[in-house]
Ligand binder design. Structure first.
Ligand SMILES: Nc1ncnc2c1ncn2[C@@H]1O[C@H](COP(=O)(O)OP(=O)(O)O)[C@@H](O)[C@H]1O
Ligand SMILES: [Mg+2]
Length: 484
C-alpha cells in the first residue's frame, strides 16, 4: 500500500501518500484503489500539504537550518498527497467508473496482473511498445486509429518519427496500406523502412529511392496555388477565368503565353500586373523538375496502395522547400481521396489506408487548413476508409478544428507551454490531467490517449529497428497512362 483515499469527486480522487513512498510515486503512474470496485487511477499531480495554522510553512522556513526532521517537531501536520484521475473500473477489462471509491480505500501501484486484459490476443491491434515500468504491451486498435485520425506531437528529438516508424512497421505486418509524406528523409533508405518487403520509396531528386516521383501538370489545381501562396483578389479572379477556359491546361497556358496575349485574350478583364505576378508564381511550379507533362506517378502510387503496399514519399533535396511540400502533399492526397470516393460510389471495397503527414503545421495552420484536402480527409475520410496521422513538433500552430478531429493523440515531450495549452484546449480527448506530465517525458516516452486505446496509456515506445527481408523487384509500369 502506498496511501489511502482522502477525498473523491466524480472522476478524481486525492490520495494521502505515505511518507516513505513519496519518492516512489511518479507523475503518470497507474494506481489501483481497492474499494467495493477495483478502480484504475492515474497520478496527475503530487504535492505536500499541511493542516493547522496557515502560516505553518513560514515557521518552518525560518527554522530550516536548525531542524532536519519535520515529524518530531510538527507531528503529522505535514503530509504528502497526490491527485489522481480515475480511468475506470477493472473487471476482466476496463469499464467507465460510475461510482467513487470510499474514504480511506487502500491504494497501491498497479501491477501487470491487474492489467492482464491487455495481453489478450486480437488480430486488429498493433503493438508499439510497453506500458511504462510494466511488462505489458501497448495495443492500438488499427481501425479506429486510422479512420478516426491521429496526431503525434512532441518537440524535436522527442521520438515522434521513431514512433511513426514503429507504427508503420506494424501496419506492414497487418498488410495495411500507408502513404507517408517523409519530408526529412527519415522513413526511406537513410534510417527507415526502405528495402523492407512491401515498402516502396518514391523519391524526389536528392534522396535514395526505388522510383522517382513525377507530378503531372494537369493534376495541379488552382486550389493548390492558394495553399502554396496568398493570391490577391485580382489574381484569384484571373485564375478562375483562365481555369474556366483552359481547364487542366491552365498552368501551361499561363506559363507559355505572352503576357500581352493573355491580357488581350481576356479582353482586359485581367490586368497586365496580375498576369505578370501569376506568371512569376506559376513559373516556379512549372520549373520544378518533378513536375512533368507526361509522366504520372500518381497512378502507380494508387495501384501499389491498392495492393496494400507502403509508399514513402522521400522529399530529398526539397525538405525545406515549403512550396514543394505543400504542392506534392496536396496533389497526391487529393488524388487518393477522389479515387477512394469513386471506389465507394462504384461499390468497390477499400481497405483502411493511413496517410502520414510530417510537418503538418505547414499545411494545417489557421490560415491554410481549410483550403487543403487534409481538412476534407479529417472531416469525411472515414466514410472512405482513408485516415490521417499528423506529426508535428509545434502543435500550437495546428488549426484547432483539425486537432479536435484527431481521436487518438500520442503526446511526447512538449516543453513549450503554448503547445501544451493549445493541445489541451483543442483536443476532444480530455488531456488536462496530462498537462504537467507532458513536459516531463523522456525520449521515447509517450502518453497515448483516445479512442484506439482502452485508457490513457503511459507508454515507452519501442526503438525502431529494420528487418529488411527482401528488396522488391520493381515492376515496370506504364508511365504515360494518364488516368485523371
Ligand atoms: N522509443 C525510443 N527508444 C529509444 N530511443 C529513442 C526512442 N525514440 C527516439 N529515440 C532516440 O531519439 C532520437 C530522435 O528521435 P526521432 O524519432 O527522430 O525524434 P523526432 O521525430 O521527435 O524529432 C532517435 O534517433 C533515437 O536515437
Ligand atoms: Mg521527426
Amino acid at each position: 500500500m502506498i496511501g489511502k483515499v482522502i477525498s473523491a469527486e466524480s472522476d478524481r480522487i486525492t490520495a494521502r501518500i505515505l511518507l516513505d513512498d513519496i519518492e516512489n510515486i511518479n507523475m503518470g503512474d497507474l494506481l489501483i484503489i481497492e474499494s467495493r470496485f477495483k478502480y484504475l487511477a492515474r497520478v496527475s499531480s503530487i504535492f505536500s500539504k499541511n493542516i493547522g495554522e496557515p502560516n505553518l510553512p513560514d515557521k518552518i522556513a525560518v527554522l530550516t537550518d536548525r531542524i532536519d526532521d519535520m515529524e518530531s517537531l510538527f507531528g503529522t501536520q505535514f503530509y504528502y498527497a497526490a491527485e489522481c484521475g480515475i480511468l475506470g473500473v477493472l473487471d476482466s477489462g476496463i469499464k467507465p467508473a460510475k461510482t467513487i471509491p470510499k474514504f480511506l480505500s487502500k491504494i497501491r501501484k498497479a501491477e501487470s496482473k491487474d492489467l492482464e486484459f491487455l495481453l489478450k490476443e486480437g488480430k486488429n491491434y498493433i503493438k508499439i511498445g510497453r506500458l511504462r515500468n510494466m511488462d505489458l504491451p501497448i495495443k492500438i486498435d488499427i481501425e479506429s486509429f486510422i479512420t478516426k485520425h491521429a496526431g503525434v506531437f512532441g518537440k524535436t528529438g522527442s521520438g515522434k518519427s521513431n514512433t511513426v516508424k514503429v507504427i508503420i512497421k506494424e501496419m506492414i505486418k497487418h498488410n495495411i496500406p500507408c502513404l507517408v509524406f517523409d519530408i526529412h528523409g527519415e522513413y526511406g533508405y537513410k534510417r527507415g523502412l526502405g528495402g523492407m518487403e512491401n515498402v516502396i520509396v518514391v523519391g524526389l531528386p536528392g534522396g535514395e529511392c526505388d522510383v522517382s516521383l513525377t507530378v503531372p501538370l494537369q493534376m495541379i489545381k488552382p486550389g493548390d496555388l492558394r495553399v502554396m501562396t496568398t493570391l490577391t483578389e485580382a489574381q484569384e479572379d484571373a485564375v478562375a477565368l483562365i481555369h474556366k477556359r483552359y481547364g487542366g491546361k491552365w498552368l501551361e497556358y499561363i506559363s507559355q503565353t505572352d503576357t500581352e496575349n493573355i491580357v488581350s485574350e481576356f479582353e482586359n478583364k485581367i490586368q497586365m500586373t496580375t498576369v505578370l505576378a501569376l506568371q512569376r508564381k506559376i513559373g516556379r511550379i512549372v520549373d520544378y523538375n518533378f513536375v512533368g507533362r507526361d509522366f504520372n506517378s500518381l497512378n502507380y502510387i494508387r495501384d501499389k496502395i491498392r495492393q496494400d503496399k507502403v509508399i514513402i514519399i522521400d522529399f530529398g533535396d526539397y525538405e525545406h522547400d515549403d512550396w514543394a511540400i505543400k504542392l506534392i502533399t496536396s496533389v497526391i492526397s487529393r488524388f487518393l481521396l477522389n479515387k477512394y470516393k469513386k471506389y465507394k460510389k462504384e461499390g468497390h471495397k477499400t481497405k483502411e489506408t493511413l496517410l502520414v503527414l510530417e510537418e503538418a503545421h505547414k499545411l494545417l495552420n489557421v490560415d491554410t487548413a481549410k483550403k487543403t484536402v487534409f481538412s476534407d480527409i479529417v472531416r469525411e475520410g472515414r466514410k472512405f476508409n482513408l485516415g490521417l496521422c499528423i506529426v508535428d513538433q509545434m502543435p500550437h500552430k495546428i488549426f484547432e478544428e483539425v486537432l479536435a478531429q484527431l481521436n487518438t493523440v500520442i503526446i511526447m515531450l512538449l516543453t513549450n507551454i503554448k503547445d501544451r495549452e493549445h493541445l489541451v484546449l483543442s483536443s476532444e480527448n480530455d488531456l488536462s490531467d496530462f498537462k504537467k506530465e507532458m513536459k516531463r517525458l523522456d525520449i521515447g516516452e509517450a502518453i497515448i490517449t483516445g479512442i484506439s486505446v482502452p485508457f490513457p496509456i503511459p507508454a515507452k515506445i519501442d526503438l525502431f529497428s529494420l528487418s529488411r527481408s527482401k528488396k522488391e523487384n520493381f515492376d515496370q509500369f506504364e508511365f504515360n497512362e494518364l488516368d485523371i
